[in-house]
Design a protein around this ligand. Structure first.
Ligand code: ZN
Length: 76
């Protein structure tokens, strides 16, 4: 399914697999191969809602994951 871009109203949102990068406090979270849609005209991007929810569930289940925190837990 294709959707018209909400930003430029010209391009279409194409499914892509990109990297999700986000700061969580002092820690940088990087998720490779994140499903997303990217506008083929202006480059506007939106991440897949289900993938975001899945990621948030994973983060909640793991509480503090050493792969997403740049500083040791005991220093937090
Ligand atoms: Zn666009």
């Amino acid at each position: 399914m294709e959707a018209i871009c909400p930003v430029c109203h010209v391009g279409r949102l194409q499914p892509r697999v990109i990297s999700y990068v986000r700061w969580l406090g002092d820690s940088l979270l990087v998720v490779n191969r994140m499903p997303a849609v990217v506008c083929d005209v202006c480059g506007e991007r939106a991440y897949d809602d289900r993938a975001i929810q899945h990621l948030q569930r994973l983060l909640m289940m793991s509480n503090v994951d050493v792969t997403i925190t740049s500083r040791p837990y005991y220093l937090a």
